[in-house]
Design a binder for this molecule. Structure first.
Ligand SMILES: Nc1ncnc2c1ncn2[C@@H]1O[C@H](COP(=O)(O)OP(=O)(O)O)[C@@H](O)[C@H]1O
Ligand SMILES: [Mg+2]
Length: 248
């Protein structure tokens, strides 16, 4: 049975990583970025899928801020919204709805040249585009494989936002193209049954799980880890978004 817990108490607005973000938030994303860099040695473009078991756990927030964090580190980054059902990336970054990934995949814009996407700070953003009737098929199509192969020639990192693993197959289908998966787990929302179910689905598909982001951590309760320098993180707590984003 699905969890009845909701996240209605959390902020409606995704908080974007910027120079004014709290120090602990900046440190959390730096730690996540560093952990990911070390877990994916080697050259070439790294394709990172951000997903979770349920909706509302912070996938889109994490994907957007992770892309911004890599761009702050001078990497060439593409943020790709592969949540073709409930896309939020374009809206959250202030872009108008328009053509995007789905339109590219069906070749709607081929006569007028490729969909250009947008730029937010130093991140190139390709929104989801027109909501299609068949997202799973589109994401599993040879066109998607070809597109990712082509795009990976132009970037150091492609960060992919996806729908929840326990609701639809899209993230699992995409996982075959990914260097690795980041699984977001939100405190007080997902439980171990949901997370285990998601993990099993991804592992069955042969996906490489790079690690977990523990989101929505109550940082007050976890202050015992704070160092004398006024900040600190552990495997369970790494600062706050407004109420916490942990990095494992
Ligand atoms: N650590 C956090 N603190 C406060 N609000 C958050 C946090 N993480 C996510 N949110 C908010 O929770 C809601 C759901 O997050 P979102 O990233 O859209 O989840 P998902 O993509 O997994 O459905 C959004 O309104 C977002 O702003
Ligand atoms: Mg989302």
């Amino acid at each position: 049975m699905r969890s009845k817990k909701t996240n209605k108490n959390y902020d409606k607005k995704i908080q974007l990583l910027n120079a004014d973000s709290p120090f602990s938030v900046q440190e959390s994303y730096k730690a996540l970025r560093t952990n990911l860099i070390f877990s994916m040695p080697g050259d070439g473009c790294k394709i990172i899928i951000v997903t979770s078991s349920l909706r509302g756990e912070g996938k889109s927030t994490t994907a957007i801020n992770l892309a911004l964090s890599f761009a702050q580190n001078q990497s060439k980054v593409l943020l790709l919204d592969c949540d073709l059902r409930l896309p939020v990336v374009a809206k959250k970054l202030g872009f108008k709805d328009g053509a995007g990934l789905s339109d590219l995949l069906v070749g709607v814009n081929s006569a007028a040249g490729e969909v250009q996407g947008h730029r937010y700070q130093n991140v190139h953003v390709l929104p989801a585009g027109t909501i299609p009737p068949n997202p799973t098929e589109l994401l599993g199509s040879p066109q998607m494989a070809n597109l990712l192969e082509r795009l990976s020639k132009g970037y150091d990192y492609i960060i992919i936002d996806t729908p929840p693993v326990n609701e639809v197959a899209d993230a699992v289908i995409l996982s075959k193209h990914a260097t690795g998966i980041v699984l977001v787990v939100r405190q007080n929302l997902s439980d171990s049954v949901e997370v285990t179910e998601a993990l099993k689905k991804l592992e069955f598909a042969g996906a490489k799980i790079l690690g977990f982001v523990l989101n929505g951590v109550d940082s007050i309760k976890n202050r015992r880890y704070k160092s004398k320098y006024g900040y600190g993180y552990s495997r369970s707590e790494a600062g706050t978004m407004s109420d916490g984003t942990g990095v494992d």
